[in-house]
Design a protein. Structure first.
Length: 121
């Protein structure tokens, strides 16, 4: 599961996601072990990120998301993969909802964006 989260973060980065973080929320939240949170500058980019995440997780042996919410207006797309949740958000939505702040006591997982850009891990 951890590797799938990291691959999801890399997919966000590769599609221009900004300030991407992976938070281990399992100790605080009973419904998921981790959140991947990323920002985008447009609704089109939010959708592109969501598509890339789904493709990447499947390519690395994970299943598709159990559910996806928010694709209609693509201000905040939530992808529930069961053990982890991906939040692709417009910058202003992320600023408003402050998920990073809500879960600031959670462990931050290093996912190495430089390696993601180079195609490594």
């Amino acid at each position: 599961m951890r590797q799938l989260c990291l691959e999801a973060a890399k997919a966000c980065y590769e599609k221009g996601g900004e300030s991407t973080v992976v938070l281990g929320v399992g100790k605080s939240l009973g419904i998921a072990d981790a959140f991947v949170i990323t920002s985008a500058t447009s609704s089109r980019q939010v959708r592109t990120i969501a598509d890339a995440v789904e493709d990447r997780v499947k390519a690395f042996g994970g299943g598709g998301p159990i559910s996806i919410e928010g694709l209609t207006d693509a201000r905040w797309v939530l992808m529930d993969f069961g053990a982890f949740v991906v939040h692709a958000m417009l910058e202003e939505a992320r600023d408003f909802y402050q998920l990073d702040g809500l879960w600031s006591d959670s462990e931050t997982w290093d996912w190495a964006p430089v390696a993601a850009a180079a195609g490594g891990s």
